[in-house]
Design a protein around this ligand. Sequence first.
Ligand code: ASP
Length: 353
Amino acid sequence: MKKVLLIATGGTIASGYTKEGLAPKIAAGDLLQYVEEYKSFCQVDILQPFNLDSTNIYARHWLQLAELIEEKYARYDGFVICHGTDTMAFTAAALSYLVQNSKKPVVITGSQKPINLPVTDARTNLLDSLRFASDARAHGVNIVFGGNAIAGTRAKKERSKSYNAFSSINYPNVAALCDGKIVFYIDDRDRVTGPAVFYHKLNEKVLLLKLMPGMDGSVLERLFPFYDAVVIEAFGVGGLPEYGRVPFYTEIRRWTEAGKIVMMATQVTHEGSDMEVYKVGRVIKENFHLMEAYDMTLEATVAKVMWALGQEEQENPGPCGRSERFRRLFYKTVNHDMLLYAQGSEEDGDLRQ
Ligand code: ASP
């Protein structure tokens, strides 16, 4: 029988009503009593490192979860993390970078309704997740939710209330789960060779800035001292406005000359960026050798910039500059996070995972 570690962190799935609104209260052990069918296919141990609404979860907790998985890795066949849905896509992306090349599945799940209500998605999601974590075909970090398994770097919460809250963006679902069966659309477990690799560092000084019409580049001037990187959610396939008291152009020069990372992304959910198309994008990209996130989700882009900055700081300075080392780390494909760059670039994309 497979051995699974259930790590409960809070979220709606474990919430109950309080005078101040829904808040996590159901203990990890009690979650299991609602899905006793798991006993026919796996044995489950439980851990509860914290019990939070995922609004309160950030990089510190992502590192804590990755460390927990590393510590217990040898003893279990799979891991299920119960988590709030609000920031689940960020946690799934961060864990995809912190726990790489894992033959064992790390499943993140939650629900839109608490598990103790008569009508809820929680029981199906938890049972599906335990089943997925016990399946020999599953590996790496995935979200299991609403009958789908989604690569941890491709998930986005697109609905705030419905049971099918998560979508896989710019990439197919990894599997579908229905009536106790799992149909894999992507079965690439043979591509995972060698041991799992765990990382222990993230640089949290990353800003996600959403452009809006009329925004002035002075916003970057003010934020300059506080961040090592900015991910700019531009319009459409990507570009920056030419107007403003302080034009963006001036600020991009200041940030890049100081060795900070400027990552261009798009605020459009589907199909990704392509800054080469319009003059408003191509000129800044060429002049500052800017990077762009292409088809990656914003959640994965933010988590990968934090991860790559964290690793890059640990590496010994080599013959190439800081931004070249960062570029190499960022453009390496991890857990299916990016397709367009690897397919379209003259530089060396790596599609191993
Ligand atoms: N606010 C909750 C959370 O993210 C929402 C949920 O779990 O669905 O923790």
